[in-house]
Design a binder for this molecule. Structure first.
Ligand SMILES: C[S@@+](CC[C@H](N)C(=O)[O-])C[C@H]1O[C@@H](n2cnc3c(N)ncnc32)[C@H](O)[C@@H]1O
Length: 255
């Protein structure tokens, strides 16, 4: 797997990349990632892409400003992705949300802060029990450093205490049945390895109400990346669309 990743990165090596490599491994990885993404975007490979406002016309109103907390964003969403997520919750009558993968609670806090109906909006967010992170490492040792930074629910406790329900469990074993057919929006952003993303997707589809929205994070459009390959495959059976300029993929359940 590691060799495959190195070979795929080598396609984009150039003088700029080598200069970055000399100045530190982490900036090189980021640079190669951006080059790859741009390449696949230009080749128009992967899922169909749509502009955010074409997919979510209710959000077009220029008055729609979303609340963003004044702290550095963590958890992996870009500022644009966070704005889009907040905007969806603000502009559509979304009253029930389930997130798989809480991390610091950045996404769930923003959804709560921007909910169109804050008093009636219920957000549940699931993460591994505080002391259990091993199953991530088994499948994805590269993620270890990121997960060690985890401060479970930090933003929730700071900005929306008591308003977001934090659940603890492994999504592989968690009993989602009490939430079946009850969610307006499900956001999948947990473990990014195939058995997990597959199971999380199955559970998410069961949790959605008719017409409910499903969003996945971390679709990079790069062949060989697990979430990308999984969602490309899923698109043979379901109409799923990538939101332009983001790693978010969207699906709306049939009525
Ligand atoms: C990328 S972070 C989520 C970021 C968060 N959605 C946000 O935007 O603020 C992924 C999270 O998924 C959690 N996770 C990994 N495997 C999991 C599993 N099997 N069940 C539940 N959560 C899991 C990790 O502990 C980590 O906190």
């Amino acid at each position: 797997m590691k060799i495959k990743k190195i070979l795929s990165g080598c396609q984009f090596l150039n003088i700029a990349a080598i200069t970055l490599w000399l100045s530190g491994k982490s900036s090189l990885k980021k640079y190669l990632g951006i080059c790859k993404l741009e390449y696949y975007n230009r080749k128009k490979l992967g899922l169909p892409v749509k502009k955010f406002f074409d997919l979510f016309p209710n959000c077009q109103n220029q008055q729609t400003t979303v609340k963003i907390i004044p702290e550095e964003i963590t958890g992996g969403l870009t500022l644009l992705e966070l704005q889009y997520l907040s905007s969806i919750v603000k502009c559509y009558p979304i009253k029930s949300i389930f997130e798989i993968g809480t991390f610091d609670g950045c996404a769930s806090t923003h959804m709560m802060l921007n909910a169109q109906f804050p008093e009636q909006c219920s957000i549940c967010t699931l993460d591994l029990p505080k002391n259990k992170t091993d199953n991530d490492f088994v499948y994805d040792p590269d993620n270890k450093g990121f997960l060690e930074l985890r401060r479970p629910g930090y933003y929730i406790n700071r900005y929306v205490p008591g308003n977001v329900t934090q659940l603890f469990g492994d999504s592989m074993e968690f009993d989602f049945s009490p939430y079946y057919e009850s969610m307006d929006l499900v956001f999948i952003d947990g473990n990014h390895n195939k058995p997990f993303i597959q199971k999380d997707t199955k559970n998410a589809l069961k949790m959605l109400k008719p017409s409910g929205f499903l969003l996945w994070h971390d679709y990079f459009g790069i062949p060989g990346e697990v979430v990308t390959d999984y969602l490309n495959q899923l698109s043979n059976n379901m109409q799923i669309i990538r939101i332009e300029k983001t790693c978010l993929v969207f699906y709306q359940k049939n009525e």
